[in-house]
Design a protein around this ligand. Structure first.
Ligand SMILES: [Fe+2]
Length: 137
């Protein structure tokens, strides 16, 4: 199970990295995501009605970003990983979950100069792929 979980976590990071590093920049320096590769609340692709339980929610407390995915955690279906990536695609932090974890909640210490900057927060489900939430702190 550990190697499968690691593979899935690495796949999520690889997809996110590919999208962020190779994504097409548009006006305003926003990154575009291909449909049905990475999913957002606005573009759930073929996962209609799954956004509510897969888009990561964020909360800032002092210098910490708290990420929650409101998704059940079980051996067969769970959130594998959260990541925090800056708007240029630089990996900031990540957390890999075990299916036995009670909830998909992670905490990331924010860079000192993060106020007012945009970040991508990802959440990867072992059945419903990679979900991305863009936040401005
Ligand atoms: Fe799921």
């Amino acid at each position: 199970m550990t190697s499968r979980r690691n593979f899935m976590a690495m796949s999520a990071v690889a997809v996110a990295g590919t999208l962020l590093a190779g994504g097409t920049a548009s006006a305003g320096d926003e990154l575009e995501f291909p449909y049905n590769v990475a999913f957002t609340e606005k573009h759930p692709g073929h996962w209609t009605n799954k956004a509510g339980s897969h888009v990561p929610e964020v909360e800032v407390k002092n210098d910490t970003l708290i990420v929650r995915t409101p998704h059940p955690m079980s051996e067969k279906h769970y959130i594998v990983r959260h990541t925090l990536v800056d708007k240029k695609g630089n990996f900031i932090a990540g957390h890999t979950f075990a299916p036995t974890d009670e909830k998909a909640i992670s905490r990331f210490k924010l860079p000192a100069d993060s106020a007012g900057k945009k970040y991508y927060v990802t959440s990867f489900c072992n059945k419903h792929d990679l979900w991305v939430h863009k936040v401005k702190l």
